[in-house]
Structure formats: structure tokens, C-alpha cells
Design a binder for this molecule. Structure first.
Ligand SMILES: [Zn+2]
Length: 272
């Protein structure tokens, strides 16, 4: 059994503030280590469940947060960007199951550090009129490869949002949201034990898990944070301007939709 562990930072126990998610300050230096140890707990859980091979990808920001020398030496690391499968990089390597660690609720959600892909650029993302966050978008990308998400960790708001989309997954709650930048967290040690057990339980039930499959082609709608962002995105000739802060495009596959969203995210840097 080959397992992919996709690792973000906003859903990690002890992470509450944007500073902890951005390089260049001591808060981030501590948070990236917390993230790495949650990834290690997931790797341990995968080997407990009988995995022969574990790929762990770094899926936050510049995709190079986890210090390689702190990661469990049994895993192989997918790091750095750009990469066209983004948070799901590695899913094309013949994996049988995916686990999502440190994930968070979508833009406009009530969870800690809620956003979808790029908090500066996107206020909402809808695929076929269904509003999705990162776990939904990338869960569907894994689904396109026939791979189910068997386990996911994050706060209570993330879990509440994503349980209907991923009904077969084992969810592990690392903290409870009070607001966007406040909540009640498990200790890192307790979160790691729960993640290790959750990954093992999710993989044990893998035969019953179904990939998340969305109907294609997809009609994608994106609500932008400002009209200027919509002006910018519509420089791309195939994008349609639907409203002052709304653009739309059609995508033949989830992968095509993800790649377009990541192009728009990269473009948005010129307006920062
Ligand atoms: Zn992130």
C-alpha cells in the first residue's frame, strides 16, 4: 500500500494567527515544526496500518515549510513549487489513499484561518454551483485519479464543512474554532497521538472509501476579493466577467480547474 499525506499548516494544533503561517518571523519557525511533527504522526500511522511506501507533500505557501531533516526518514518528500498538482502532488505516483493533515475551512467559513487557496485573491470558489474549500477541490483532484481521501485533520469547522463531501473519511479534530484567529487547541502531543490513530483507522477502512468524483466538465465560478482582481483575471482571454467581483470559466477536468485557479492566484501577486 502506497499512501500520500498532504500537509497544510492552518489546521495544525497550536496555530491560530497569520504570522504563524508566513515565513520571516519566529512564530512561523515554531509553527513549521509543529506542522512537521503532525506530518510525522501521520507517517507513523500509515506505517502502523501496513503501508509499504509513504509520500508526504508540503502543501502550504511556497511548499517548503517542513525541514527535511525533521521528517520521518521512512517517508519520501514532495516539496517546492510550481507544480501542477499543487496540494495533491504525488497522487499520480500510484498511491492508494490520501490523508489531509492541517487542513482548514473554506473562505467565508467560520474556522480558524479559513481561506480557499489564496486569501488575498479569492472570496469564494464554486465548482458546478457547489462551494468548495481546499479539501473539496483537492479531494476531487485525488478522485480524478481514483484515489479516496481516507483521513483528514483540522478544526471543528473544517470537519463540519467536509464530512458531507468525504463521508468515508476518518476526521481528527485538532482544535475548536472560537473565531478566525482564536480557538481551543489540543496539546501538540495529544493532536499527534490522535492523528497517528486516525490515519491508521482511515487506512484500515480504505476498502470501503469511495473517491470524491465531480461531474465534468466543470463550471467554475470565483468570487474575487476586489473588482480590481476580477479586472486582472479577465486579462485571461477565456475568462468571463460575471459581475464586479465574479469571474467564471469552464474546465474539462478538476486538474484543469486547479491549474487555472493556481494561475489566477499567481497573477494576483501583481496587485498585492
Ligand atoms: Zn496553508
Amino acid at each position: 500500500m502506497k499512501v500520500l499525506i498532504s500537509t497544510d499548516i492552518e489546521g495544525v494544533a497550536g496555530v491560530f494567527h497569520p504570522q504563524q503561517t508566513r515565513a520571516g518571523n519566529p512564530e512561523y519557525e515554531r509553527a513549521r515544526v509543529l506542522m512537521t511533527h503532525e506530518a510525522n504522526a501521520a507517517i507513523a500511522g500509515a506505517f502502523d496500518a501496513g503501508a509499504d511506501e509513504v509520500l508526504v507533500n508540503d502543501s502550504h505557501g511556497d511548499f517548503r515549510n517542513m525541514p527535511p531533516d525533521l521528517l520521518d526518514e521512512r517517508a519520501r518528500m514532495v516539496m517546492g513549487k510550481p507544480r501542477y498538482l499543487s496540494m495533491m502532488a504525488g497522487v499520480d505516483q500510484g498511491v492508494h489513499a490520501v490523508c489531509l493533515i492541517g487542513y482548514h475551512s473554506r473562505a467565508q467559513g467560520r474556522g480558524i484561518l479559513a481561506h480557499t487557496i489564496n486569501s488575498f485573491a479569492f472570496a469564494r470558489v464554486l465548482f458546478n454551483e457547489q462551494e468548495l474549500g481546499e479539501a473539496g477541490i483537492y479531494g476531487a483532484l485525488a478522485g480524478e485519479y481514483g484515489v479516496p481521501v481516507v483521513m483528514a485533520s483540522g478544526d471543528d469547522a473544517f470537519i463540519e464543512e467536509h464530512r458531507p463531501l468525504l463521508p468515508h473519511a476518518v476526521f481528527v479534530q485538532t482544535k475548536r474554532a472560537i473565531g478566525q484567529t482564536s480557538g481551543i487547541s489540543l496539546s501538540p502531543a495529544q493532536a499527534r497521538s490522535a492523528i497517528r490513530a486516525g490515519v491508521a483507522a482511515g487506512l484500515a477502512q480504505r476498502a470501503a472509501a469511495r473517491p470524491l468524483v465531480l461531474a465534468t466538465p466543470l463550471a467554475v465560478r470565483v468570487q474575487t476579493q476586489t473588482p480590481a482582481l476580477a479586472d486582472l483575471f479577465c486579462q485571461w482571454p477565456s475568462l468571463q466577467r460575471l459581475a464586479a467581483v465574479e469571474v467564471g470559466f469552464d474546465a474539462p477536468t478538476v486538474q484543469a480547474a486547479v491549474r487555472m485557479l493556481n494561475c489566477l492566484s499567481a497573477m494576483s501577486a501583481v496587485l498585492r
